[in-house]
Structure formats: structure tokens, C-alpha cells
Design a protein around this ligand. Sequence first.
Ligand code: C5P
Length: 320
Amino acid sequence: MTEAWWPPEGEGGDRPRPAGAGSVRVRVPAKINLYLGVGPLRGDGYHEVSTVYHAISLYDELTARRGDTLTLTMEGEGAGELPLDESNLIMRAARELADYAGVRAHARLHLRKQIPLAGGLAGGSADAAATLVACDALWGTGLSREELAVIAGRIGSDVPFLVHGGTALGTGRGEAVSPVLARAGSWHWVVTLADGGLATPEVYAQIDRMRAAGEAPRSVDAPDDLLAALRQRDPAVLGAALGNDLQPAALALWPALGKTLSAGLEAGALAAIVSGSGPSCVFLARDRPGAEKLAADLAAAGVCRAARTAHGPVAGARIV
Ligand code: C5P
């Protein structure tokens, strides 16, 4: 009746590859936060968080091929905008893995991107997770998913979750993840993409300012209601338990998101929240046809650049 996610290994063929595979293709999902409780700012510049991550079926794809140096090319969302130099999380992930495993960071990497940049869906973190899985197979370094998750934590707070996928509780700055017990089956979502992005550090800084001015509540409690809702199959119960402490900050920085959220609720969404630091928004539907209708209504309402249906939970970065 209940099962623990991490989703089954092997979904999409998570076969260990022999050292020296010529080409490896990895698919990686976007994440949403079903719940994001933000605590105080720590001495290291991060906020203590208590979050429930959920991987959804909106994917980027990374292909790694043998090469004499480390190169990155891309197509899709953000092409021409996203820097492909050493500042890219993909390059950082490849170098971190090579250092850890004591191999040379030689690969030709190509990204096909559907997850928007700076959208609150952890697209950059997802690409870093995909790089770790792809280069581990390409170079034959044979690390366990747990080892990859440790390296992932050095690259960004959301990266370890995207190595695993599924639905998971995140603590610390978000890098400490453990699977959540949930009933089998899928939830159906609509994700709206915005025209532009929000920088995560600015959204965190905004919530600090709003809290100091008494304009936003202190951290929401532990995600007990949300975890209980995940053990039921009732989308209305789940919808009532969704929560995001960063939402007031994202709305302050991007007021038009208020219209996007209310358009979704008027169109019949069971719940509507900003995804992570925004500006993407997430809407819960009762079922797949409900999600398709909701996406069409949101696109027609002119309150977003695009609306996509997705289901979750899905596996994290996996070889296809
Ligand atoms: O971990 P990551 O590099 O993705 O974080 C980006 C930025 O988001 C951090 O530099 C910090 O400003 C903010 N952040 C935070 N608290 C967290 C996670 C991220 O303040 N738990």
C-alpha cells in the first residue's frame, strides 16, 4: 500500500556502464517544493530550511561523449543566454567529480533544455545532477548514488535531491535529503513559466527584509500536515497542505504572479503556489484531464509565457 521513494532504480534503465562508454544520455527532472519552510539566515549565508521536494516530469537531457578537453554546448530554453563557461553548474559538476575520482575532466557535453532558467524549478541544479550521473558512466568511475549525492552537495543545495528524485524531505540548507513515505501513484500538476527569472539570493534577501519589517510571518512549522497528506490519495487534502515561505517575497518582487495564481484557482486548480523562489507557479489538478484543461485555460488567460502539464513523483537523474 505504501512505498518509500526513491523511485525504483532501473526506471529508464539505470544500468552501470562499462568504463569507456562512448556516449551516455541522462534525463533529469525539474523539482517543485510541495512545502518550503525557511528558517533564519545562518553564518554561512544560507538559510536553514525544512522542505519537501518533489520531482516532476519536466525534463532536461544531457549527453556526454568522449573528448580531449571539457566542452559544453546546448539547445532549447535559455540558449544564447546561459553562459557555457566555467561558471556553469555543469562544468563545475564535471570538475568536482573528476577531482573526487582522480580522473581527467575530459568530455564533450551537450544539454537539451526544457526547464526554464532562474525559474524556481532548480533547472541548473538538475543539469549538475545529470552531469554527475553521465560523467560517472562515461569515465567508468562507478560511484554509488550516495557518493554522487555527497559531491552534489558541494555544487548546490538542491543538487543532491536531483540525483535521487522522487519525493524527499530536505533539511540543513536543503542538501540533506531523505525519502518520504508516500502512497504509490501520481499527482498531476500544471507549471506556468514566466517571461524572465528571479535570482534565488534576491528572493531570500527579500524575505529577510520583509520579516525584519514584520511584513511576512516567521517560518511555517514542520511539514507534518504535508507529510500526512502525501500518505493519502486525496488531492484536495494535499492541496490544502502545500506551502511556501518564499511566496510573499516572490510576489513582492514580481507582483503579476498574483494574477497567475488567482487565474489558476478560478480555472479550478485545487491549489496554487509559487515554485521555490519563483517565478514559475505550480497548480494541483485532480487528475490528468483536469491538468490538461487547466494548462489550456492558463495559457489562454495570458497570465504566463507557457503552461505545461507534469506528473510526479518521478526518478532523479537517470541514464536513458
Ligand atoms: O545552494 P545554491 O547555490 O543553489 O544557493 C543559491 C543561493 O540561494 C545561496 O547563495 C543563498 O543566497 C540562497 N540560499 C539560501 N538558503 C538556502 C539555499 C539557498 O539563502 N537554504
